[in-house]
Design a protein around this ligand. Sequence first.
Ligand code: FE2
Ligand code: FE2
Length: 217
Amino acid sequence: MKENPSSLETSAAADVGSKDAAFHASHLTRRLAMLAEYRLPDGVEHIKRIQAIAQILATELGLDATMVHAISETSQLHDVGMVAVPDTILHKTEPLTPEERDIIETHTTIGARFIGRPTTRLLRTARAVALSHHECWDGSGYPNGKAGEDIPIEARIVAVADTFDALQSLRRHRKAIPIEMAAAVLEQGGGSRFDPAIVAALIASLPSISELYKRRS
Ligand SMILES: [Fe+2]
Ligand SMILES: [Fe+2]
């Protein structure tokens, strides 16, 4: 159930000065994520599953515990820039026009601008995720056409988690597809759209990722 925004402000204010900096960074990340959740179809559940999948992938890839935590936390903010996209486009059920797609794509740069120039590792990770989660391994993505390891690993991980979960969910005019088929789609995109090492981590982690979807049904 969604919380009331005014009660959130009250509880956030009451917390100030009573918790450490790490807690506050995490708290702020969660609150910013709620901005996007309020507006996106399937927002809350999608964001929770992305967070879990990103954590599984980062762990499988052998990243250190701090980075695993940062990626999992900030994956919640990947689409925070969507708050600036008009409802008529965000909730459109017909295919988008090229102009509407251009507007949707601005959610990456707007999200990064919204997070600003961060001074902490957590917010640096958040900015990279928001800005670069639609970049492609072969350089064909947006907004900057970055390729390979020039794309921050946090963004490469969230790209795989985001696409995998989107395939699992009923979105716009498309039906959800079975987990094995979603994994096959990701495998096909390994080396072009996605980092092949992260796709391999997804395939290796399918048993634990499947559990997330069993809990949903
Ligand atoms: Fe996105
Ligand atoms: Fe998403």
